[in-house]
Every structure is written in structure tokens, then in C-alpha cells.
Design a protein around this ligand. Sequence first.
Ligand code: 0X9
Ligand code: ZN
Length: 437
Amino acid sequence: MVIANLSLLVAFTAITAGAILIQHPLMLSENLKPLKAYRCPLSDEKAAQALKAWVENQEAINQLDHFAVDIWSNEQYQVGRDFDFATSADGEFQPPQGCRILIDSTELSALISMEKLAFREMVAPDDADWFKNYHSFDDMTASIKSWISGCPLASMSSIGQSHEGRDINVVRFSSETGSAAKNVIWISGGIHAREFISSHVASYIIRSIADMCNSGNELVTEFLQHYEFAIAFHINPDGYEFARTQRRMWRKNRRANRDRSFGVDLNRNFDVFWGNGGSSRSPWSDTYMGPSAASEPEVAAIQKFLTGLIQEGRNVTVGVDLHSYGQLIMRPYGYTMDDHPDEEYNKQLGDSIRDAIASHQDGSRYKSQKSAGLYPVTGGFDDYMTEKINAIGFTWELRDTGRYGFILPAQYIEPTCEEVWLGVKAMMRFLLDNPKN
Ligand code: 0X9
Ligand code: ZN
């Protein structure tokens, strides 16, 4: 889970030789400073309000001083939920009442160090250990090219570039015959930089479908008679590379904002009810909506690609946007708890994905729910899919539920990929058995 990065508000001003430098202490050494994570159960309204007041006060302190608080949960303080945050503050720091340490600083630093070691650029694309490691954007892109190279149904193309000029790549699997020429399933990973597992799961899905070209797979073969896959494995590559090499908890893209802050939350920038709640106008916020709807090149590229499909007469049936963490299969809507007209169908599909994930031998328990049930947002990719593309816009929050949070140790990459692949297969089966049109 999310969200707002109050640490970004920790700007301090130094006056050096007449020049004013605004710096964020974490920019200098975030990965060197010990971080620890806390969990605060919001057992009743009083506890929720007390925590909200504490965070708001902390925000004020952050602007003046040095306690960096990085919120991992959302800022809606719902009773019955947990509120998770990390801080690099030292011994003087007093957590709010009722909060307990979720991951202590020794463990969190060890996890980050171990994760750095798990980035193996030298693992060959066909190595059985590929999914036991994390990978840079370039390494992942090269590996995917290699996996699909022998598969005539597959192609990879760039639909646009990020702020820093990296490609937003889409891998398409299409038999281009019959109704497959009409229906498209979209899957994306990496929209939030620090959610490393999401792009790896997207890569696993690509590899599993590509494997069909070598070994054959009845379900995939049948599915591709009726549907095309379009899989964008890394839609925020700049953010990912920044999180990977400089600030592990980075969430947004890397737009240079006017006020010297950086980044827009791409999952608040889509042209759907943009700026109408659940996002921030402050460029320092981790949920900054951006200067205008679809202002970000990454978002504009995706919207152009998807609307282009519609103009070609294609039908985008399902859009899945992969995130972490929380283990949730979330269906429309994301901005309101109102039922979608196809709520029954969407719920059945979501529930079947949840059940398939749990059926894996190490399968995790996911919850199937509406996206707005987590918290309502506007400008989200899921609602863009639902409202503007007429697809079922899903958000899947992958492992875990907070034990490791965003820093999911590398040994869990493979089981997470495997269980989610079972979910994707259940989705294929469901769509074949219950065609929408
Ligand atoms: O806040 C988000 O963008 C998603 N959670 S995350 O922790 N991965 O950042 C949840 C988005 C759910 N979608 C909507 N409520 N529309
Ligand atoms: Zn996310």
C-alpha cells in the first residue's frame, strides 16, 4: 500500500555564500540512514483521528526539521485498517501511541542491502534463476526481447518515452485471426517505482506466454484465438531506476516540477475525473496529480495507445495494473463505491482470480474487492480503463501484507509470479467461458 511521502516535505534551507540551497536530507543519504517501519492499527475513530492529527503535525515538523516520515499506507485513516509508515529518524523519535515496530532498522537496512545483491545483471535470460533475482530496466528489456525472439506471435514496440527518454515498451501476443483481431487484454507493471515485484510479475507473464511458442499450451493457444495480450512491463522506468539506484522508497515518475521538487504520481494523472479527490495538488506529495490531466509523457503514451486501439475498432476487455503491496484483486470502481453496471460479472471474475492464486502450493490469500474499498482516488489508471476504454479496470496489489512491504525479498519473486500466473490463467478461462460479447 501507499502513499504520501511526507519525507519530501523535509526540505531544509542552507544559506551558502549568498545562495539559497534547498535540500532534502534523504537525497543525500537515504539508503545509508537506518530506516524503520511502524504499524499503527486504527482500532476506533478516536485512534484514527489521533493518528491523523499526529501525521499533520509531523508534516509541519518535517518542513522545519529532520524527522522524515514516509507513509506506506493511505492517508484516509479508515477505522479497522492498519496505517504503516517508515522513518529514518533516530532515537529521539517518538512514534504515535499504539504503534508498534513493523520492521526494525537493522532488518530494514539488511533487507535493502540484500536486495541490492539480488540485482543480478549477469543472469542470462534463459537462466532458471532469472526470477530469483531483481533486474534493472535495461536488463529486463533485453531479457524479454530474447524470450520473445523465437515466437512469431509476439512483438515488442515502444509506444512513447519517459521524461528521461526511456522507452515505454508494449509486448503484444496476437494470432491476428478470428475474434482475436478484436479483443485485447492489457497488463501493466511498474507504475509505482518502489513496487519492484510488479514489473517482475509482468515479465513472468510475458515469459509464460512466450513459452507457449516452444512447448505449446492448450489454454493460451485457445485464448489467443479470441484475445490479444498487450503487456507493458515497465510504465515508469525513470522512477524505477531512481528507486533502484538512489532512493528506495521513490514512488512517482521523475518530472522536474517547477518548485524544485520531483515527480508526479502516474496513478493520479490519468484523464478520468482528474483532480477530484484522493490525490494532491502539492508537487511535494507522493500522490501529486500533476499540472494537468495526462500531463506526463508516460500517461499520454498509454492513453494514446489505448484510444488508438479503440479507433481501430478493437475492444479492450480487461486492463490489469499491477502494484504492491496488500494482496488485493480490485475491480471497478476506483473513485466511488457505487456498483458498476457489470458488478456481478466483475466480482465473479475477481473472485475466480483470487481463488486460483490461493490454489498454488505456496499460494497467498488475496482479497477480492472494489478498488474504492481500499480508498477512492481520481485520475487512476483503473478508472481510465473502465470509464474511457470500456474495459474492466483492475488493480492487483501483489505480495505481501506488510511483513516486508515494498522490499519483498528476492526469494519471494518466483512464488509470487507463479501464483499470479495461476490468476491470469483463471482470468483467461473465465473470459473464454463467459464471453462478454
Ligand atoms: O494508491 C494507489 O495508487 C494504489 N495503491 S498503492 O499502494 N500500490 O499505491 C491503489 C489504487 C487503487 N485504485 C483506486 N482506488 N482507483
Ligand atoms: Zn502502487
